[in-house]
Write a protein that binds this ligand. Structure first.
Ligand code: SIN
Length: 303
């Protein structure tokens, strides 16, 4: 396991952190991210994220501008693709949940119900996501995270060597069709949108560009097959790897409180949302997404 221990030790002396679970995650104590944050703290947060995969900031009060300003310290932000779910006047903020305004639903009600890594259907997937719990149901609606470094490390050495040479196909359109089967209220996929997101391939193993640590990069939300192994054998391997990655010891379930912000690294972890009683509770979450790019992607390849 290649982890930059020195950077981790330095980071944890600049910010005060506490582990969230044996599997992954760290809570950053007493940092108000709505206020200006120094470069040294940002660097420490980056190193802590490299180490733990998910950061939690509790008790935050973020308007759109503060959410965007903090998120931008980690890279270029992506516009929300589904315009109906962007916060009014804020193309960088994606509203998630069953919240309504003026009798109209304004949040995406069914995002992320399968294990996934954000935008693995893009050639250069999102590197990070910052999800802010504005209004969180008192029960249900936990977000689950799986540690993809630990999942890779736990594979037998021959399996690691085998899958390092393989690539998965990731498909937005297959994901979307599966989503529509579960939620028929979703609009049909337009030809324009289908053309925007052709299938892509990604290696089954990628590395953190800063630490070099290897992660299993596959998820049942978007991955549909293995390029080098068409048919049933590839499908079985894909399913086995996805099942392996969500073994209990790799998973952390986050029970949200209002004011929580979770920042996750999409290479280090897969995640998924869970249901709640939509008849009794309102859920309103705001997400910013840090875009990937060709250079970051290239640095994540094993070469
Ligand atoms: C997401 O997949 O980004 C959202 C997860 C959630 O709503 O808990």
């Amino acid at each position: 396991m290649t982890v930059d221990l020195q950077a981790a030790v330095h980071a944890e002396s600049v910010v005060d952190v506490r582990r969230l679970s044996p599997a992954l995650g760290a809570e950053v104590i007493a940092l108000d991210i709505s206020r200006p944050v120094s470069d040294a703290v940002i660097e420490a947060l980056r190193a802590t994220l490299d180490q733990h995969g998910v950061l939690l900031f509790r008790g935050q009060r973020l308007n759109a501008e503060a959410h965007i300003t903090f998120s931008r310290r980690f890279g270029v932000l992506q516009e929300v693709a589904q315009k109906q779910y962007q916060l009014e006047g804020q193309p960088l903020i994606y509203v998630i949940g069953n919240v309504e305004e003026n009798g109209r639903p304004i949040g995406d009600p069914s995002v992320g119900r399968l294990w996934h890594s954000d935008q693995s259907f893009l050639p250069h997937p999102a590197i990070g996501s910052l999800l802010y719990g504005v209004q969180c149901p008192p029960e249900g609606a936990a977000t689950l995270f799986a540690n993809m470094y630990a999942a890779y490390d736990a594979l037998p050495p021959q399996m690691r060597a085998h899958i390092e040479r393989l690539h998965a196909v990731h498909s937005f359109s297959e994901y979307y069709e599966a989503l529509r089967e579960r939620d028929p209220t979703q609009p049909e996929l337009t030809d324009t949108r289908r053309a925007l997101y052709p299938d892509v391939i990604h290696p089954l193993v990628r590395r953190n560009p800063r630490t070099g640590r290897k992660a299993l990069y596959v998820n049942p939300g978007y991955a549909t097959g293995i390029r080098e192994m068409p048919g049933a054998t590839g499908a079985r391997l894909l399913r086995d790897l996805c099942d392996h990655a969500t073994r209990e010891e790799f998973v952390y379930a986050h029970a949200w409180r209002n004011g929580d912000v979770l920042f996750w690294d999409n290479l280090a972890v897969n995640h998924k949302g869970t249901p709640f009683d939509t008849g009794r509770f309102v859920r309103r979450m705001h997400r910013t997404t840090v875009a990937g790019n060709a250079a970051i992607y290239a640095a994540s390849l094993l070469g």
